[in-house]
Ligand binder design. Structure first.
Ligand code: CTP
Ligand code: MG
Length: 172
């Protein structure tokens, strides 16, 4: 009985992580690609908001936006070929993740957080919420558990991948 409900929960978790994967990969890959493109070209083109702070900041570049969207969609393509995803969903999730990530930086700047400074929840949630939101609007509605698990799981996975990235020297 316990064993059965445990495997049902695990089953759901694995299915959801596979579903979120294009968004997670999109969000995580620019930090890798920035080793190749360097500082890149800021999306806000240096524009300063009326509050005196940058619109988005130097951490959000065109290069990162496109490599992120592309990498997430490529992972989606592989998953689609395996019968585990669909192209419309994975492109929407990847693009949504990068839009949400930029939106998160917009809010961070308005609240006075510096580029790269950790802002609890603002670093971890906007990308997945906007990804799911675009999916909800442009592809299809998602069951409530997709939203709840995303809210609970994403900060944990985000923290874990950051610790790992620091450990292997990818992030400081
Ligand atoms: N990155 C990028 N373009 C993007 C997103 C990310 O070039 N659209 C790269 C940048 O080199 C960035 C790194 O990936 O520094 C890590 O991304 P993130 O943590 O989202 O940016 P931060 O530097 O922390 O900036 P912010 O405070 O605005 O979140
Ligand atoms: Mg950051």
């Amino acid at each position: 009985m316990l064993h059965q409900s445990l495997s049902t929960v695990l089953d759901l978790l694995v299915r959801l992580i596979i579903f979120y994967l294009p968004a997670y990969v999109a969000n995580g890959s620019p930090v890798l690609f920035s080793k190749i493109y360097g500082s890149g070209h800021p999306i806000d083109m240096g524009i300063v908001f009326p509050d005196g702070r940058r619109l988005l900041g130097d951490g959000k570049t065109f290069e990162g936006f496109f490599t992120g969207t592309l990498t997430g969609s490529l992972v989606g393509l592989i998953l689609t070929q395996m019968g585990l995803h669909s192209m419309s969903s994975s492109i929407t999730l990847s693009l949504g993740a990068m839009i949400g990530d930029s939106f998160g930086s917009f809010i961070k700047r308005r609240l006075g957080f510096k580029r790269g400074e950790w802002a609890p929840l603002l670093d971890e949630l906007p990308f997945i919420l906007v990804a799911l939101g675009l999916h909800q609007v442009f592809v299809c509605a998602l069951p409530l558990e997709y939203w709840i698990v995303a809210l609970l799981l994403t900060p944990v996975l985000h923290k874990a991948t950051n610790i790992f990235a620091e450990y292997i020297g990818l992030r400081s």
